[in-house]
Design a protein around this ligand. Sequence first.
Ligand SMILES: CC(C)(COP(=O)(O)OP(=O)(O)OC[C@H]1O[C@@H](n2cnc3c(N)ncnc32)[C@H](O)[C@@H]1OP(=O)(O)O)[C@@H](O)C(=O)NCCC(=O)NCCS
Length: 166
Amino acid sequence: MNIRSEGPGDEDTIYELTQAAFAPMPYSSGTEGPIIRALRASGDLTLSLVAEEDGVIVGHIAFSPVSIGGMSGSWFGLGPISVRADRQKQGIGKELIREGLTRLKAMGAKGCALIGNPNVYRSSGFEADGQLSYGDLDRKYIQRIIFSGSTPKGELTYSPAFDVTH
Ligand SMILES: CC(C)(COP(=O)(O)OP(=O)(O)OC[C@H]1O[C@@H](n2cnc3c(N)ncnc32)[C@H](O)[C@@H]1OP(=O)(O)O)[C@@H](O)C(=O)NCCC(=O)NCCS
């Protein structure tokens, strides 16, 4: 398996992979594919990595800038992340996360936050300490990994691209 940055021509495959992976999920907004397009269009798709096997894209991960407690700069949000259904639970998601975090660190990021199932992200070093909020969402789902600097506190805010409705 090869992990690389998205290239020209990958956009529709990423869209379809993402829509298909999220479709069965009860927490899906149905807009994860459109969110990636909107991030790309607005310049907020900081990192977009694909996992490729024999030339076929089987996984994708996006990172974009976030603010925490109204402070922006050097923190990024992980997601959406998708692995093709028949290739899930085989370590591809973890590899995408590992490579993404390595690249964020190399860019000088202070950390990365996400909203998701703790059982998926714990082994990649993410923790929920209850200091981050996202509306009234249960804080156990709001996790972060710190690379440098102080422990972030406050409301997590994503790019406006996440508000896209279709
Ligand atoms: C979530 C997703 C990206 C994980 O990718 P993956 O390649 O299946 O994950 P990995 O095999 O690398 O596993 C990473 C960890 O997540 C756990 N995990 C994977 N899928 C899980 C699931 N559905 N429920 C609970 N834990 C899960 C694994 O057991 C593993 O934990 P460990 O390292 O402690 O053993 C993938 O299942 C997916 O595309 N899901 C549909 C879209 C989605 O829900 N995206 C995330 C929204 S928060």
